[in-house]
Design a protein around this ligand. Structure first.
Ligand code: CUA
Length: 388
């Protein structure tokens, strides 16, 4: 083993590799043991590592990377993030310390044009830096697998909610065929979603609740969410699904158990199919005309028409598709009665393409996904007949 002083002179005195000439090539172990692993160098590396860890910790803690959790599943996902982040901060600090110290201590002198010493490696070091990361990666994998498994477990008595996704709207079906265009969940109960798509791939995500799952046409996908706090949230589609993708959202409310049961009972008594109301349109009971008007309005909302169309009575101003305030003029241009034109445009959107718009943008599925009374009410609502 060479003395520390000799090695230090190799680094410091500017004579470069020449001082190694008498004793052949130094191994990596020589360099490491004699030059770097001196007490002063170790102290410097510990200080650098502490500073690097501090900076990385501040970045991790001070910036609010994740929304405040609102579900048990999000709590577990957040734990996985922190578990991996703490490991990463430790490794980052170690690597930063070695790199910075090495770059500084072994920097080339101005008059040194020799090659660096050939290094053949260090078996013990290589084994260590293979085994330690392997253990860490396996640990992250095991923790993630446990969390995935727990997050998919709906328990023995979940609330089953069917989710229907289509361009560009969400609808939810509760036990007893209660339909809603608003997602309402009971506090501290496992809610199991069974999800179907009428057209393309969508993806269900409530950021505060962590869980995210694609909704794929032709199969039923599942996801479990267990809310941990009451409040209002937003469900967003997080799979690019067409022109109205950014508008494909649904309001989410978490209620405590009694309030949820009361809400569900009220929805059931409101008449099940088509009775989906979200506050604004609810409450009124009257003659057949106002029923049709209310159904037309809720169908407009639940089918997602406002995601693409401007329609003043519904308060929407999207411009993906034709302006529905101009339906009378468009029907006249097409030479059809307004109601016929509206019905045709919903069921067979490519039959007449309004000037300035493209075919195949509007989903051709509404004739299948809307119930007959919903379609009638929507046609009446858009034609101005059912409007109150
Ligand atoms: Cu549905 Cu994006």
């Amino acid at each position: 083993m060479t003395g520390g002083g000799q090695a230090a002179s190799f680094v410091r005195d500017g004579e470069g590799g020449g001082s190694w000439g008498n004793r052949g090539s130094p191994t990596f172990a020589d360099v490491v043991s004699s030059a770097v692993i001196r007490r002063a160098a170790m102290v410097k590396m510990v200080v650098i590592a502490a500073l690097a860890a501090l900076v990385a910790t501040l970045v991790a803690v001070l910036i609010r990377w994740l929304p405040e959790s609102a579900s048990e599943e999000m709590d577990r996902i957040t734990f996985v993030y922190w578990f991996a982040t703490i490991i990463c901060i430790g490794i980052f600090a170690l690597v930063a310390a070695v790199i910075i110290e090495a770059v500084w201590a072994f920097r080339v002198q101005p008059d040194d044009d020799t090659d660096g010493p050939p290094i053949h490696g260090n078996t013990r070091l290589e084994i260590a830096w293979t085994i330690v990361p392997a253990i860490l990666v396996i640990a992250i994998g095991v923790v993630s697998a446990v969390v995935l498994s727990k997050n998919a477990d709906a328990g023995s008595n979940p609330l089953h909610v069917k989710v229907f996704a289509q361009q560009f709207a969400w609808r939810f079906e509760y036990p007893g065929k209660v339909m809603s265009d608003e997602l309402v969940m009971p506090l501290h109960r496992n809610v199991k979603f069974e999800m179907q798509s009428a057209d393309v791939i969508h993806s269900l995500w409530i950021p505060q609740m962590g869980q995210k799952q694609d909704v794929v046409p032709g199969i039923t996908t599942e996801i479990v969410i267990t809310p941990t706090r009451t409040g209002t949230f937003t469900l967003i589609c997080t799979e690019l699904c067409g022109l109205g993708h950014a508008t494909m959202r649904a309001p989410v409310r978490v209620l405590d158990q009694p309030a949820f049961q009361a809400w569900l009972a009220k929805q059931r008594s409101a008449g099940g199919a088509g009775g989906a109301t979200s506050g604004a349109a609810g409450g009124q009971t009257g003659g057949a005309t106002s029923d049709t008007s209310a159904l037309g309005k809720t169908t407009f909302a639940s089918a997602g028409c406002g995601g693409c169309h401007t329609f003043t009575p519904a308060g929407t101003d999207a411009q993906v598709g034709p302006d529905l305030d101009n339906l009378a003029a468009d029907a006249k241009a097409a030479g059809e009665p307004v109601a016929d034109y509206v019905r045709q445009s919903i069921v067979d959107p490519n039959a007449v393409i309004a000037k300035g718009y493209q075919p195949n943008v509007m989903p051709p599925t509404f004739g299948d996904t809307l119930k007959p009374d919903e379609l009638d009410a929507l046609v009446a609502y858009l034609s101005g007949k059912g409007a109150s």
